[in-house]
Write a protein that binds this ligand. Structure first.
Ligand code: ZN
Length: 372
């Protein structure tokens, strides 16, 4: 069954590998002391890697990731490259609180960096990484947050969400005493269609912020956490986004608890002429528990092998959480050792493999289709 995902869509004889790494620029757990305080307040993060380890990328996170990537080359003599699926801003907690949770304010992620203690070189390291083609930012959203949903919880006085707010945290699924909360990370999942104008504005402002940060326009968009209202594709198109990550079987949230199913494959085009990419593998050592972490390399090699068997590029998901060491440096260390092992295994097994960014792959698919 695992092979089936690779059958339809664009194919190539070239052995192309893309690493897509989500969540860069976004806050998650704000610090180790805040994590410990939240646990004391009754939150349980047991088994939730994103709450345990994920945090705004630090100086060391980028420097050490780039060191590993620069240690390998592919058949074209170039280094492996991470497509950094990036968030351009975060909530401005102080201003939101001052408004009595009635208004939303956000700040560019460079302002967030300035308030974190091991993050003063991050913006410079990004530019270095982009210059050396080790790191290629694409767009994940203005903030990794369903703002209207989150505000409604704050306004209704939900104790768990308010307590997390006090610690500068938005991305929790379970509250105090394992209270079930909504998915606050899904920025583009409307609760009703009345939410859509806000989401359209978030895309506009986020993409403008992206261009200001990196001096180029984002070509590719990955919907945070998956859920996405497809009318927003038009806004992405107006802002020159040419490629979109799609789930093979998308359940499009229409608001008011309704959904519509769609089927996607790699290279498929929508009515705006945007091309869909789909993922077919993952390398997520931090997200696995119960001794499976060490299998991350084998599982990823297997996914690449399957992709190549069907003449498909391997598009590998590998979230920032794996490379985040601000809260627990050993989390980052373990993943980087496994990443080295993975890159070494790829080089040995497929010496002809080529590492690409999602944007380069999208452009290649576009060019080939227009030639035929
Ligand atoms: Zn994400």
């Amino acid at each position: 069954m695992r092979n089936v995902v690779n059958i339809p869509g664009w194919s190539t004889k070239r052995k192309l590998i893309v690493f897509e790494s989500d969540d860069w620029g976004s806050i998650r757990m704000s610090s180790k002391s805040n994590r410990d305080a939240l646990v004391k307040a009754g939150f349980s993060f047991e088994g939730h890697a994103f709450n345990l380890y994920d945090a705004l990328e630090s100086n060391d996170d980028l420097a050490m990731l780039f060191e590993v990537l620069s240690g390998f080359t592919d058949a074209t003599g170039r280094n492996p490259v991470f497509t950094a699926v990036s968030i351009t801003g975060n909530p401005d907690f102080e201003k939101i609180k001052a408004s009595g949770f009635s208004k939303y304010y956000w700040e560019p992620f460079t302002d967030t960096l300035a308030r974190y203690p091991q993050h003063d070189k991050v913006y410079g390291l990004y530019q270095e990484g982009i210059g050396k083609r080790l790191f290629h930012p694409v767009f994940h959203g203005r903030e990794h947050l369903n703002v209207l949903r989150w505000l409604s919880y704050l306004q209704s006085g939900n104790k768990s969400v308010l307590r997390a707010f006090e610690s500068g945290v938005t991305g929790i699924y379970l509250g105090i005493g394992n209270e079930r909360l909504a998915d606050f990370q899904a920025a583009f999942e409307p609760d009703s269609i009345a939410d859509l104008p806000f989401m359209e504005q978030a895309i506009h402002e986020g993409l403008d912020a992206f261009e200001r940060l990196w001096n180029f326009q984002a070509a590719y968009f990955v919907p945070p956490n998956g859920p996405f209202h497809n009318s927003l594709e038009k806004v992405l198109h107006e802002k020159k986004v040419r490629f979109i990550l799609a789930e093979r079987r998308q359940q499009e949230p229409l608001g008011d608890g309704k959904y519509r199913s769609h089927f996607h494959y790699i290279g498929m085009r929508n009515k705006w002429g945007q091309t869909y990419l789909t993922r077919n593998g993952f390398f997520e050592p931090s997200v696995w528990h119960g001794g499976l972490r060490e299998h991350a390399v084998d599982k990823c090699m297997l996914a690449i092998e399957r992709a190549f068997r069907w003449n498909k590029p391997a598009i590998i998901s590998s979230h920032r959480v794996n490379y985040a060491g601000f809260i627990d440096p050993e989390n980052r260390g373990r993943s980087l050792r496994l990443l080295s092992e993975l890159l070494y295994s790829i080089r040995r097994r497929w010496p002809e493999a080529e590492f690409m960014t999602s944007t380069e792959l999208g452009d290649l698919i576009y060019k080939e289709r227009n030639r035929n």
